[in-house]
Design a protein around this ligand. Structure first.
Ligand code: ZN
Length: 155
């Protein structure tokens, strides 16, 4: 990364970890997933409300953790809120590819999330960045109004 990009990365991560977007709960009609990253101490409670056609009608999160886990969750909710189910699944897949492989061409659709590809060099940080996305993938597999747990560590 050149230094301009690095500055931008720092700014985006700091901004989203200090003022996370879509922070809160969805009291009615949502799927709830509790995500846990014990290696860093990150925790997320993800709440996703799917429309009748499967689109991501609303998505919010609560929880606590390091700046990367919080920023990734905040950016994720901004990116997939309102998206059709297929598009949300594609974004989740693209993000995982971005931070876990050497792929150099990241889809433009990821927007600011592309800045997070710097974590790929640090396996512990990859877990932080992936936590919210693992929770979202679990939410996609849940029945309406159910609850589930995910962890970055094998049980
Ligand atoms: Zn973390």
């Amino acid at each position: 990364m050149n230094s301009d990009l690095e500055d931008l990365y720092q700014q985006v991560i700091l901004d989203h970890s200090k003022r996370p977007r879509n922070f809160g709960e969805i009291p009615v009609g949502a799927v709830h997933v509790h995500g846990d990253n014990p290696s860093c101490g990150d925790e997320i409670h993800l709440h996703v409300k799917f429309a009748a056609d499967g689109a991501v009608e609303d998505i919010k999160f609560t929880g606590q953790g390091c700046a990367i886990s919080q920023a990734s969750a905040s950016l994720m909710t901004m990116k997939i809120k309102g998206k059709p189910r297929v598009e949300a699944e594609e974004l989740a897949h693209a993000f995982q590819t971005l931070i876990t492989t050497d792929a150099t061409d990241s889809p433009r659709a990821l927007g600011d999330l592309r800045l997070m590809n710097g974590v790929r060099k640090f396996p512990q940080r990859v877990k932080c960045a992936m936590l919210a996305w693992r929770a979202f993938e679990q939410a996609l597999a849940q029945t309406p109004e159910s609850e589930a747990e995910v962890s970055t560590e094998p049980k």
